[in-house]
Design a protein around this ligand. Structure first.
Ligand code: 5GP
Ligand code: ZN
Length: 112
């Protein structure tokens, strides 16, 4: 999708701070971090929202990437939070599926 900022990161038109990449997905630092560590993990294929994620293998790979990135960033033992915002009431701003990985501060519940 030419007007999607996350597709532009996949194509190389935009250059985020990439922390992990494989054939199916890309992980990079959020431009407006909500925690000392805030990483976004996206599928390389354009999938608008979590509702559109039909590929169970890709779903598993995205979660595996969360585990990998959390370990790489030294978050695994202390803990971290993974968030997927879906559609308007979920607070989604960018309509290319992404998993947030937030860490190195105490998270609270309920979320805002
Ligand atoms: P959402 O609210 O859709 O779940 O989250 C979108 C996230 O994308 C936000 O945390 C926002 O800071 C991040 N973001 C938006 N534009 C850019 C950008 O150009 N570069 C990076 N690295 N992150 C972005
Ligand atoms: Zn896209």
């Amino acid at each position: 999708m030419t007007d999607c900022i996350f597709c532009k990161m996949v194509s190389g038109e935009m250059k985020p701070d990439i922390v992990y990449e494989n054939e199916q997905l890309l992980a990079f630092r959020d431009i407006n971090p909500q925690a000392p560590v805030h990483i976004l993990i996206i599928p390389k294929a354009h999938i608008s929202t979590l509702n559109d994620l039909k590929d169970t293998s890709l779903a598993g790979r995205l979660l595996q990437a969360v585990i990998k990135v959390a370990a790489q960033e030294g978050l695994a033992d202390d803990g971290y939070r993974t968030v997927i915002n879906c559609n308007e009431q979920g607070g989604q701003d960018v309509y290319h599926l992404h998993l947030h990985v937030l860490g190195r501060r105490q998270m609270r519940w309920p979320p805002g």
